[in-house]
Design a protein around this ligand. Sequence first.
Ligand SMILES: Cc1ncc(COP(=O)(O)OP(=O)(O)O)c(N)n1
Ligand code: 3NM
Ligand code: MG
Length: 520
Amino acid sequence: MRDQILTDTPIVWTIAGSDSGGGAGVQADLLTFADLGCHGCSAITANTAQNTVEVVAINAVSTAVLDSQLQTLQRDLFPIAIKIGLLANAEQVLAVADFLRTLKGLKPVPVIYDPVAVATSGSGLTEGDITAEVKSHLIPQCDLVTPNLHELEWLTQMKIGGADSILSAARQLYIQGGAAVLVTGGHLQLRPGEVSDLLWDGYKADWFIGREVQSENTHGTGCTLSSAIAACRALGYPLRDACVVGKAYVQRGLRLAANKHIGAGAGPVGHYGWPLELADFPEVLVPGETRAQDYGLNTQDNMQPRVQGFAEMDSRKLGLYPVVDSVEWLQRLADQGVRTLQLRIKDPGEGLRQQVEQAVAIGRSYNLRLFINDYWQLAIECGAYGVHLGQEDLQAADLAAIQSSGLKLGISTHGFYELLLAYRYRPSYLAIGAIYATNTKDMSEQLQGVQKLARMVALLPDHPLVAIGGISLQRVPEVIATGVGSVAVVSAITKSVNYKRTLAELKALLEDKHAEVEPC
Ligand SMILES: Cc1ncc(COP(=O)(O)OP(=O)(O)O)c(N)n1
Ligand SMILES: Cc1nc(C(=O)O)sc1CCOP(=O)(O)O
Ligand SMILES: [Mg+2]
């Protein structure tokens, strides 16, 4: 195995069939990898003869031919992620499963399997039945399986009729093979106009709701989705982020290719680059919203209805936003002219209420935008400007009470999935973190970097956004170059040897009108 250090671009493999028509299979996979910034490699399982209206031949390669491609790739182009598509017979399934077992023994590699066995036209794509080998040997080597409803029925032998049966079958498939399951919903609309995918990872069910696109050009959507997810995994995106970005990539391809004419039948989905428009991204279903019933959620009686729309702030750009752990720090920074502040007390002693009351009093006398972290009841009772909550607080806090008290609400997010989820509440601002590694809190699994930050800012150019995590004075210019309007800092100020000087420099960067960058 050569060291991945020799490669600047993440390497992603596709193990799949060639589509001579260029719309699906390896051809769609390689276009997707390139579009999303990865280097694609292929191991071809079958040389299909097809166009947009017919599949004439499958032409499976021998397992020796398949294995020689895999072994050759492994020696020089070790993958960061793998997508698997058409495996043409049981021998191929076993050969790939064996290969993956050995490969994953060398290094963990996320494997995404799109279980292709029957074409949308209904033509069988495999030589003989591969069900037993797929279930017992292949899926246990995979991290995610992306069946459509027909494929889910095939793999579970369960009849799918509605949301409950989709979830039951996904759970069943997970129990059988241990891989997370993303059920794609192109074949059944649970609500008119909504094309929704279900993710079950053994812990949590999530529905990603997309809008129907009227288009004949849908060939290759399954291949493209699984490849986009593999590419995102190779780029370091966690599973849920990879799924929502993958779905947005396909949505963009459907939308922009809708009026193209390629062949007489179903033309290919398009490949149009990284999705940067919110309209292409799915909505993440939120517990408590009315339509959750149609998706098999809201089954508990005590579920709080979703609350949406919190008080707006006087500015979309808050500029510098220090987060401090004491009333003393609050006072010092207010004295220096800071306008936006957060009180974040993690080890509350006896006098918590008193500290919040003092903080609110300072906030009033200096006309601060003062947010209280975590303690939303106290924030309401004491009349703070706003409250800041984490994702895990969203189910526990009384959002309706926060909303009706007129308090502003900020919500933490860590990646695309959490951003889309939190946006469903339309809070006063969304925080995005951790941008860089930080010693203030263990965020090592949730680092975003400035490229991802810029992509998230592009999705929500008109919504107040705050960047947080590891932001030092030196890093502020590249953070604000993303278009984010607010920068939250802890240690840059509280650990500074000269906080007044650091503060002045931060303010110069963040509150000087000329330093403001319009969102992209
Ligand atoms: C502006 C801002 N962004 C994010 C956070 C983190 O909040 P949370 O996820 O609730 O984590 P804790 O701060 O409670 O550890 C924040 N406080 N402020
Ligand atoms: C409190 C906190 N929340 C984060 C998030 O990403 O949600 S990062 C973070 C720590 C920020 O401290 P510093 O500026 O010292 O890195
Ligand atoms: Mg919190």
